[in-house]
Design a protein around this ligand. Structure first.
Ligand code: THU
Length: 158
């Protein structure tokens, strides 16, 4: 037996270090979270995508009494982008979440959303940088694949 280590790169920012474009994207994600329909979890998530042509697309989580029928904020936004802007690459995704105490300390996309992000990235052939807006720290992953080591992607089916 031998052990290997799988490492990933993440940058950590303070809000003051963000440029205007990223502050605006955070604001869009925060505003999107207001439209979350989350009567079961009370966990309000907002996602904002910045496309190559400057378009901003937002999404929020939409729950359902039949729990698995609900959809996360990230997938709401990503599927809207795929359906309406299929040929415009996504450059960034910003994610933020609120619970009863306000903005959560650390938000991280679920496994299914990481998988969908990966597919969007592979489909467009360029990296999507992933911004996780926690209350104090902001994490930036350079790509969807860096959030999903040893991922299962479409190349496995080719
Ligand atoms: N949720 C998201 O929308 N995005 C995430 O990154 C994590 C979880 C939603 C799903 C569900 O509506 C609620 O948050 C609690 O899991």
């Amino acid at each position: 037996m031998k052990q290997i280590k799988i490492a990933t790169n993440v940058e950590v920012y303070a809000y003051e270090e963000l440029d205007a474009e990223h502050r605006q994207l955070l604001k869009a994600a925060q505003e999107a979270a207001h439209n979350a329909y989350a009567p079961y979890s009370q966990f309000h998530v907002g996602a904002a995508l910045l496309l190559d042509d400057g378009t901003v697309i937002t999404g929020s989580n939409q729950e359902n009494a039949s729990y698995p029928a609900g959809c996360c904020a990230e997938r709401t936004a990503l599927f809207y982008a795929g359906a309406n802007h299929p040929n415009t690459p996504i450059r960034h995704i910003a994610i933020v979440a609120f619970n009863g105490q306000g903005q959560v300390e650390q938000i991280s996309p679920c496994g299914i959303c990481r998988q969908v992000l990966l597919e969007s990235e592979q489909r467009q052939g360029s990296p999507i940088s992933v911004w996780l807006f926690g209350r104090e720290a902001i994490y930036r992953f350079p790509s969807a694949s860096s959030l999903l080591p040893l991922c299962f992607g479409k190349e496995a089916l080719e």
